[in-house]
Design a protein around this ligand. Structure first.
Ligand SMILES: Cc1cc2nc3c(=O)[nH]c(=O)nc-3n(C[C@H](O)[C@H](O)[C@H](O)COP(=O)(O)OP(=O)(O)OC[C@H]3O[C@@H](n4cnc5c(N)ncnc54)[C@H](O)[C@@H]3O)c2cc1C
Length: 338
């Protein structure tokens, strides 16, 4: 029985090799790289990796694998943290990194359509001259398809939401190879089942996402970031609660306890006081940002917060948020080998 299954898998691999040529890899290194994400889980490589270039190729692979009962695992950039890309039962890994085209940008309607392998940084580089940006920022330079599949959030979620609020349509290849399109660009439409939100967060189990339609936002006129520390965790938490309750439209708020702050200081060579700490970012007009910052610093002072340390220059803001994005690695570095 096991031998028969192996035979079928090998036949599928040979069929795919005849269709994709060098874009079907069975090399040990490529398989190992695709059997592991950024988490501690031990690698479980697929039997082969297919580097696809368009939706029809994905449909072709799923149609064949479905007919023969061979597992398929979609792969974006492998930055997830829960072992999702591991090939528990072997099978074909569908790597979408070569599907990296921005297909359309509708600047007046504030939306765009991209292939699933475009990463969030590639998209923002592409958008740079349009005055628009895509705000969902899970730290890692993940693929838009992977971010949709995991319903990624990130530091900007407090203001801009998560992938769930920002994916407006999808092209998906279902398990049997059928291609469907969900959602659309009209903001007001509520017709039919909300299939888009069913696929967002489905972790590759319901189909392979090949194209994603996204909401975009205007780059704010002014941005400013600040850090403040507290004597108690309760003070930091109450500051966040009051800020949100008062409707201050902060773009980012991140809480670090003293252990995490210590780890971040060491890893990113910073020297913030080792105390419960909030990182903030404010977006808006010059006057709006000033007003938000004043309101929040007053709230923080009420709950025992220290003076705000400001980062207004782009490079200082990047350093601050890079330290936040590296928080995972900073935590890992606290106990090497753990
Ligand atoms: C330092 C660091 C910080 C992070 N911070 C955050 C954070 O703040 N918030 C957050 O949400 N996440 C965070 N993450 C997790 C990670 O970045 C996200 O899970 C990311 O969205 C995964 O995208 P990916 O392209 O790497 O997908 P992969 O890791 O390649 O895949 C993830 C899952 O999605 C499936 N998948 C991938 N592409 C597709 C597709 N096109 N169609 C269907 N299924 C697909 C895969 O099969 C797998 O199940 C962080 C990761 C790191 C390393």
């Amino acid at each position: 029985m096991a031998e028969a299954a192996l035979d079928i898998k090998n036949q599928v691999i040979e069929t795919l090799r005849s269709r994709l040529g060098e874009r079907l890899s069975t090399s040990a290194a490529v398989r190992a790289q695709h059997g592991k994400d950024e988490s501690y889980h031990a690698p479980e490589p697929p039997d082969a990796v297919a580097f696809v270039e368009n939706t029809e190729e994905v449909a072709d692979i799923l149609c064949l694998c479905n007919a023969e009962g061979v597992p398929v695992i979609p792969f974006g950039t492998g930055t997830s943290l829960e072992g999702q890309v591991q090939a528990r039962h072997g099978g074909i890994c569908v790597d979408l990194t070569r599907m990296d085209q921005v297909l359309e940008v509708n600047d007046q309607d504030l939306d765009c359509r991209v292939q699933a392998g475009v990463t969030r940084k590639q998209l923002n580089d592409y958008l740079h001259d349009t005055g628009l940006f895509f705000p969902i920022d899970p730290g890692a330079d993940a693929s838009i398809g992977g971010m949709a599949a995991t319903s990624a959030s990130g530091t900007n979620a407090v203001r801009y939401g998560t992938m769930r609020e920002n994916v407006i349509g999808l092209t998906v290849v279902l398990a049997d190879g059928r291609i469907i399109r969900t959602g659309g660009r009209s903001r007001k439409s509520s017709a039919g089942y909300d299939l888009t939100r069913m696929f967002v967060g489905s972790e590759g189990t319901l189909g392979v996402i090949t194209e994603v339609q996204l909401r975009l936002y205007g780059i704010p006129e002014a941005m400013s970031a600040a850090v403040t520390s507290f004597d108690s965790m309760a003070g930091a938490v109450d500051t966040v609660i009051t800020t949100i309750q008062m409707g201050v439209p902060v773009a980012r708020i991140e809480l670090l306890d003293e252990v995490q702050l210590d780890a971040v200081n060491r890893y990113s060579k910073l020297d913030y006081p080792v105390k419960p700490t909030l990182f903030f970012e404010f977006h808006g007009s010059e006057a709006g940002v000033r007003e938000q910052a004043e309101t929040v610093s007053e709230i923080a002072a009420e709950y025992g917060g220290g003076d705000f340390q400001w980062a207004t220059r782009a490079e200082d803001r990047s350093k601050l948020w890079q330290a936040r994005h590296d928080a995972y690695y900073a935590a890992l570095a606290l106990r090497p080998g753990a």
